[in-house]
Design a protein around this ligand. Structure first.
Ligand code: FES
Length: 505
């Protein structure tokens, strides 16, 4: 199956593109149009369709093309933003609410698997979080206390499932793992079997406000009473572009020489942290490990992230081979919680779900429940907590300023120095550069065949300068995470258009 990068994830391997039951756009007014065929869009569509809403899911590429095809599929009820931080920023009652929402989300995944008989290698697991220094010990104690108060089943543990030296560890019960694209295809089929319409290759290019929204797509005009953006950050320019920052994480599926594959899920406490688990796919066991996260467009040589991760892991594991290496993108919210609900600055019938941090699988199903309750019952008990319009001037305020300042810097000038046009002759096959020529910036990519592709490096969202991601062979925008392939074709929103092509004479 296709994905938004040049690397191949474990979840794409031996999985063909999903074939929709519908290939044309029926001319009806939909109750809900969902933009984006990742795990958020499809799980939300399934719940809404089953609740009696007539839904259309429009995916610009193929389902699972984005982060769902590049996740490492950890299902957790403890989050990247730990309960100690959530309690501090939002109060202990709300930390309990987050824990309940996460437990219900994992419960919903289990229910979907049972109800629709989805074979996706799901298994319940324990999750270990461990410290490796004095400062981390203290932090771990705080996380333990706050997680207990929030309602997690957590205990101290004298062991961890990894051959890694540690000082203290806690064990969370009731975590899980699965094969992300097998699950996605299972719920997509359930959605279509329930009467939902799933259109792939359907990019939304414009939305005209109204009680009934008039939506332009490259497959025709769509009318819908409500719209949900399940595309990470939404298109246009709104407050969420300043409250979420795009990050990339690096993962690998590893064959071990000694068959000592760790049981359960495990996480260290570095920033960025490393994460581990084992998965059997097609009869083969793999250790899946990840880390080396960074803000999108802020590392010049992204291949080095794989090199660093591999060298770190070789210090602990007897690695035989690494059949799969891949990276994927997620959005970090400034105050630690996702944004799910009405999209500020838009009519009351436009919604969004984004800002999941590294907990996308769990929060996708939190979003499915919250949005379904809002659209079907008129409200959700989580609506206020996850509201995209929430104002938390203290929580995340420093991050807010930092992210905003960062965007401004990218608008003014590029992150990396631009070489001169003459250097073009030295470009190797597969290499890319932003060059300045006669006062104009040009993004150049020389493909494997030696053909040079030239595009305007101004991102078509709001003109930040894109940077080359050599691991995924894409032009990545450091501001809000839009991504384009070497030829400028759009891979990832919030941009809606390809990069402008430049003719080279
Ligand atoms: Fe916003 Fe590129 S994604 S300017």
């Amino acid at each position: 199956m296709q994905r938004d990068g040049a690397t191949i994830s474990l979840w794409q391997h031996n999985i063909p593109d999903y074939v929709s039951q519908t290939h044309s756009l029926p001319e009806i007014t939909y109750d809900v149009l969902i933009v984006g065929g990742g795990i958020t869009g499809i799980s939300t569509g399934l719940l809404l369709q089953k609740a009696g809403k007539k839904c259309l899911i429009a995916e610009a590429a193929t389902i699972g093309f984005g982060t769902t095809g590049g996740t490492t599929a950890h299902l957790n009820n403890f989050m990247d933003s730990p309960y100690s931080e959530i309690a501090k920023n939002f109060g202990e009652d709300n930390a309990q609410l987050v824990c309940t929402a996460a437990n219900n989300a994992i419960g919903l995944i289990k229910k979907n698997i049972a109800d629709y008989n989805i074979n996706c290698d799901f298994s319940e697991q324990k999750g270990y979080l461990f410290s490796q220094g004095e400062k981390q010990d203290k932090e771990l104690d705080e996380i333990y206390e706050a997680s207990l108060k929030a309602g997690c089943h957590v205990i101290y543990s004298g062991s961890i499932p990894l051959p890694v030296t540690f000082r203290k560890a806690v064990l969370f019960e009731n975590q899980a793992q699965f094969h992300s694209t097998k699950y996605l295809y299972g719920i997509a089929k359930a959605f279509e079997d329930a009467g939902g319409t799933l259109l792939q290759g359907c990019r939304i290019t414009n939305v005209k406000d109204g009680e009934s929204l008039e939506v332009t797509s490259d497959r025709g005009t769509i009318r819908a009473k409500a719209l949900i953006y399940a595309t990470h950050v939404p298109p246009g320019v709104n407050i969420l572009h300043f409250r979420c920052a795009p990050y990339r994480s690096y993962a690998m599926a590893i064959k071990l020489a000694n068959d000592n594959y760790p049981a359960n899920l495990a996480y260290d406490m570095y920033d960025p942290y490393h994460y581990y688990r084992t998965q059997e796919v097609d009869g083969e066991k793999y250790l899946i490990a990840g880390g080396e996260d960074h803000k999108t467009g802020h590392v010049e040589n992204t291949n080095m992230c794989f090199t660093k991760l591999e060298s770190y892991l070789r210090g602990y594991f007897n690695i035989e081979s690494i059949p799969f290496k891949w990276s994927s993108q997620y959005y970090q919210p400034v105050d630690g919680l996702p944004y799910i609900g009405h999209l500020p600055g838009n009519p009351s019938n436009v919604y969004v779900a984004t800002g999941y941090g590294g907990n996308g699988i769990t929060y996708s199903h939190v979003a499915a429940r919250v949005l379904t309750d809002i659209l079907v019952k008129g409200s959700s008990e989580y609506e206020k907590l996850f509201s995209p319009a929430r104002v938390k001037p203290m929580a995340g305020f420093e991050d807010f300023i930092k992210e905003s300042a960062d965007v401004v810097a990218k608008l003014i000038g590029g992150l990396f120095p631009s070489p001169k046009m003459e250097e073009l002759a030295d470009m190797a096959h597969g290499e890319a550069k932003v060059v300045k020529y006669q006062g104009q910036s040009i993004a150049l990519f020389k493909d494997e065949g030696g053909k040079v592709h030239a595009v305007n490096p101004a991102c078509t969202h709001i003109d930040c300068q894109v940077s080359w991601n050599n691991a995924e062979r894409s032009w990545d925008c450091p501001c809000h995470g839009s991504r384009f392939n070497g030829d400028g074709k759009m891979l990832t929103a919030p941009a809606r258009k390809d990069l402008e092509k430049i003719e080279l004479k």
